[in-house]
Write a protein that binds this ligand. Sequence first.
Ligand code: MG
Length: 257
Amino acid sequence: MKKTLVLIGLAAWALSSVYAQQQNVQQNQQQRRNEWKPESTEWYTPVPAKVTPGSNGSAPSDAIILFDGKDLSKWQSRDGSPAGWTVQNGELIVAPGAGTIQTKDYFGSCQLHIEFKTPTPGPENTLQMKGNSGIMLQSRYEVQILDCDNNPTYVNGYVGSVYKQSAPLANPFTGTNQWQVYDIYWKAPVFGTDDQLESPAMITVVLNGVVVQNNYILKGNTPYTGLPKYVAHGRMPLTLQDHGVKVAFRNIWIRNL
Ligand code: MG
């Protein structure tokens, strides 16, 4: 009899223990629900600035217009003298030998829209001389411009390449004498106070609506000879390359990011 009473007592204790544990779990779950309200993960400032979008490649309301078909007022030569390229029929055209031109303003991370057209090639315009120019982000990281219609040149020098670093994922170039549209999303490299690289540059490039660079992380600058490397810098001008070919540009705008 005594033994039976002991067993009943033990069973009752075990049951009450399990019940207490369940109660604890339920209480904890309820407590968590109380702590994480929907509004716990919502914020209200800063309110994003109102921007009126463009249409068919035209500039959004907050963009800086770098070329609107009229003049070179936003540009200069590398030595600070007036830019020597030609403005004609709403187009900005490379004047071979006049040299690379750069913006008067300095930029870091940005969204860049730029349209270009490569001219009918002469007999000497083959491979890297066929419609070559370039967009140098922060004056040193080149997104290649090249006529890649039946052009058997090296692929990391194709249109849409990060020059000599990353070949494009596709070749959406539509043809000589036809306007091509670049949209470029640029995250500038960050350097510490000791000039050491803290985070590398990253780029996404869309050519004619096709992604040709997808969040590519740059290894450094884009030299013609030698390996890329980083040298500390801050905001820098945007540069367009004179590679001896009369490449035309239009509708150039940029947004600081
Ligand atoms: Mg080039």
